[in-house]
Design a protein around this ligand. Sequence first.
Ligand code: IPE
Ligand code: IPE
Ligand code: MG
Length: 246
Amino acid sequence: MQSNVALKLDPAARLHVGIIMDGNGRWATRRGLSRLRGHEAGVEAIRRVVEAAPDQGVGTLTLYAFSSDNWRRPKAEVTALMGLLRFYLANEVAALVRNGVRLTVIGRRDRLPDGIASAITRAEAATSSGTTLHLRIAIDYSARDAILNAAARAGAVGQLSRESFADLITGEAGLRDVDLIIRTSGEKRLSDFLLWEGAYAELHFTDRMWPEFDGDALADALAAFHRRERRFGGLTAIAPAEVPNL
Ligand code: IPE
Ligand code: IPE
Ligand code: MG
């Protein structure tokens, strides 16, 4: 049995929650605002949730910020989203360090506008010793591409265990499988998010738009999660601390 201190120091011993942060555009247009205002309000929601997550037993939080399919959006919206990302990286790092949050970014970096990839590298380095929360932001991310790229790299290795293949997909050793995937805005699909890591994830859909999401909404989702019975193919319920990885 691990002590509370050990649990606090090891994000992998706590829940991994993934969030598909959807509905920024609809939230804004329903209020007569531009879609960009919706994305700005979405950044506020990210702040609230990152702050609330550690006290709710969440050790790893993966946020879907920009999918590889989002390049299909009008150029002006893509530019605005990249501008917001640049702003977040420039202004949020100090608060992340203060709160013990380790930031990593998943997804492709070679198609991002100039300067963003290096800002990501700097933010990751600056926050690397955080143990309160592992925050993963998915940008230019496609789960199918992540699996495909891992398969291409695995080809050279020959026979691979699930664990080593998972490490190739996630880009890190021993990442906890995602326990709960939340999607806001009423849509009920995964849109190419965490397809491998979410093999046994519980799914929680809420009609709330992402800019309306907060710590209480996260608590509601987690309360519903804790009422679920996770069986992993067996016949008895498995508690989060006993979840078999892979
Ligand atoms: C989610 O909100 C943010 C991104 C996908 C970047 P949307 O922009 O998808 O908002 P809706 O779905 O159009 O309302
Ligand atoms: C998924 O939302 C991607 C993010 C939230 C970043 P979308 O709004 O792009 O998904 P679809 O197009 O409705 O499936
Ligand atoms: Mg959407």
